[in-house]
Design a protein around this ligand. Structure first.
Ligand code: UDP
Length: 452
């Protein structure tokens, strides 16, 4: 008998592709055929990184691509322009792609389109073609709640029609049972120097208008992590965390750092990684390097080829030589395995949602240096709600000094309360994805529904 076939569509960013690849692998284990549809641009990157791992087929997933409407050389960091191009061009390409599949007698019928909700144009295409639809939310449920609540935020005069809060830094509660958040932490207000505030707000208004098209709503969080949000939105099923170790990287992984970690003392290494988007200026980069040196601890630092703005990263004079015996820099790490390594003492992180749940799942404490979007709210969760980390405080120019880094590393490594909390959160996180955990049950329920 034909395996049930699902089509999975990620938003074209690393933190969205990886969890959906992980979900796809799970679906394959549950007997599905999965077609994973990247943009052509990312498809090439993912396939190149996969073949460098000796895995050029995406495991048992069928990897496919359609254009995003941009020329191959065009700058995809113009996110607003890219979003506009995708919403204008991709529906046509998707319809054609599905149409071809449907007319192919060797191809099984698509049972469900699972799309990142930020690509909600795909819901419209699937609805038009009579295919059931699931929306996937890759970040916290708290952020999802703010998007679902957008019309109410406008109606209650918390934000104006452009998403700008009437009162700066006003503490709001989206429901009586949810923790308060500041209007300054609304995602579109946290876009920093990217100039994307309006574009992100407009995107959220757009996707908010597609709720009626969603048959199943799944989220990369777990019930026990944000119970009040899931009580408020019972139709949203948490199935996470989707801890991604499977392929889906945009950069080639440098796995040699794992054998370097083997040589380090237990719980001694600071792992430093800022996900796929964060960009530092020269001064931020230099102070970070000098802070790691000053800490006196061994460190593993992911320095992406595009981590610094403008030219390539320049290390402070003599830095590489001085830290040679205890510092290791790589351009992209196998993060999930790194975090689980017994030599890791703490995680200096930008607090992306995947990094946050990956850290929780192995019980490492955090030093938080958020950059943009949901990362500020994730930092509040880490430091104020779950109490598993400390905030790094910057000066008025956004620079975190070397002394601040050294002081907070010392404080964090000596803090027994944080240590206890990380173990509690690790247990809770892993329980949610265990055989009879809440997320596993939700995933199995979702699977039964799309199969039937
Ligand atoms: N990641 C990785 N190697 C690295 C840095 C990051 O595999 O050197 C992965 C990380 O494990 C996570 C994803 O990339 O799954 C980044 O997602 P996140 O939500 O943390 O941050 P974003 O890139 O979206 O800002």
């Amino acid at each position: 008998m034909d395996r049930p076939h699902v089509l999975v569509i990620p938003y074209p960013a690393q933190g969205h592709v990886k969890p959906l690849m992980e979900l796809s692998h799970r679906l394959v284990e549950y007997g599905f055929k999965v077609t994973f549809l990247n943009t052509e641009f990312n498809h090439k990157r993912v396939m190149a990184a996969m073949s460098s791992r000796g895995d050029d087929k995406g495991g048992k997933i069928c990897m496919a691509a359609i254009p995003d409407g941009f020329g191959l050389e065009e700058d995809r960091n113009q996110h607003g322009k890219l979003i506009e191009s995708m919403w204008n061009n991709m529906p046509g390409y998707l319809e054609e792609f599905i149409g071809k599949m449907m007319s192919d007698s060797n191809e099984s019928k698509i049972k469900c389109v699972i799309t990142d909700w930020t690509m909600a144009w795909a819901l419209k295409v699937a609805a038009k073609m009579g295919i059931p639809r699931a929306a996937f939310w890759s970040s916290s449920a708290a952020i999802l709640a703010s998007v679902l609540h957008l019309p109410k935020l406008i109606e209650d005069k918390i934000v104006n029609d452009n998403g700008v809060p009437y009162i700066n830094n006003q503490m709001i509660k989206l429901s009586p049972s949810m923790p308060s958040m500041s209007t300054n932490q609304l995602v579109w207000m946290c876009m920093g120097k990217t100039n994307m505030q309006q574009e992100v707000f407009d995107l959220f208004i757009r996707i908010n208008g597609t709720v009626e098209l969603i048959d199943y709503f799944i989220c990369n969080s777990f019930y026990e992590l944000e119970p009040s949000v899931f009580e408020l939105f019972p139709n949203v099923q948490p199935i996470g965390p989707l801890l991604a170790s499977s392929p889906g990287n945009f950069w080639k992984e440098d796995s040699t750092c794992l054998s370097w970690l083997d040589q380090q003392t237990s719980r001694s290494v600071i792992y430093v990684a800022f996900g796929s988007f964060t960009i530092f200026n020269k001064q931020q980069f230099e102070e970070l390097a000098l802070g790691l040196e000053l800490s006196g601890q061994p460190f593993l630092w992911v320095v992406r080829p595009d981590l610094t703005s403008g030219e390539a990263a320049v290390y402070p004079e003599g830095f590489i030589e001085r830290v040679a015996s205890r510092g290791r820099m790589v351009s992209w790490a196998p993060q999930k395995n790194v975090l689980a390594h017994p030599s890791i003492a703490c995680f200096l992180s930008h607090c992306g949602w995947n990094s946050t749940t990956e850290g929780l799942s192995v019980g490492v404490p955090f030093l938080c240096w958020p950059y943009f979007a949901d990362q500020f709210l994730n930092e509040s969760y880490i430091c104020d709600v779950w109490k598993v980390g400390l905030k790094l405080v910057s000066d008025e120019n956004g620079v975190i000094s070397r002394d601040e880094i050294k002081t907070k590393v010392d404080m964090l490594l000596g803090d027994n309360e944080i240590k206890t909390n990380t173990l509690k959160m690790k247990e809770q996180t892993m329980r949610s994805v265990s055989d009879d955990g809440t997320s596993t049950k939700n995933l199995e329920e979702f699977i039964q529904k799309i199969k039937s």
